[in-house]
Design a binder for this molecule. Structure first.
Ligand code: FES
Length: 147
């Protein structure tokens, strides 16, 4: 069955924003999906509580690339407190939707941001906010993904 992607998903897949690595990152997070094997790495450069720069590398499907691209766009220039509230739902909405079997890819994008924020708080010697502690869950449960 062919999947239909929004124009925005296709656009972010073809021209992902903020791809790469930040040498001077002060928050780095890496997450993976054990089922499909996709991996996402997120780099944050935070100054005075603001995410000044963000980059990512994703070894994964088109939706993983599009969602991580959009996630970086949503948090760039924002206070860390706002980035903590980023949800995969907000990323999916900003992309104009995703096919149900691809929602788990957006979960990976949210987890990558949270993992990088967790690393940032730990490096600062600050208590890690509970929003960073994303529960381990099986993203594929009930999503109908054939992977
Ligand atoms: Fe693995 Fe999309 S993140 S299939």
């Amino acid at each position: 069955m062919a999947m239909t992607y929004s124009e925005k998903v296709m656009e972010h897949f073809r021209n992902p924003r903020n791809v790469g690595k930040l040498e001077d990152a002060n928050g780095v997070g890496e997450v993976g999906n054990a089922v499909c094997g996709d991996i996402m790495k997120m780099y944050l450069k935070v100054k005075d509580g603001i995410i000044e720069d963000v980059k990512f590398n994703t070894f994964g499907c088109g939706s993983a690339i599009a969602t991580s691209s959009m996630a970086t766009e949503l948090i760039k220039g924002q206070p860390v407190g706002d980035a903590l509230k980023l949800t995969n739902k907000a990323v999916v909405e900003a992309l104009g939707g995703l096919p149900p079997v691809k929602i788990h890819c957006s979960v990976l994008a949210e987890e990558a941001v949270k993992a990088a924020l967790k690393d940032y708080y730990e490096r600062q010697g600050l208590p890690v906010p509970e929003e960073c502690l994303v529960e381990e869950h099986d993203e594929h449960e009930g999503c109908g993904c054939s992977l």
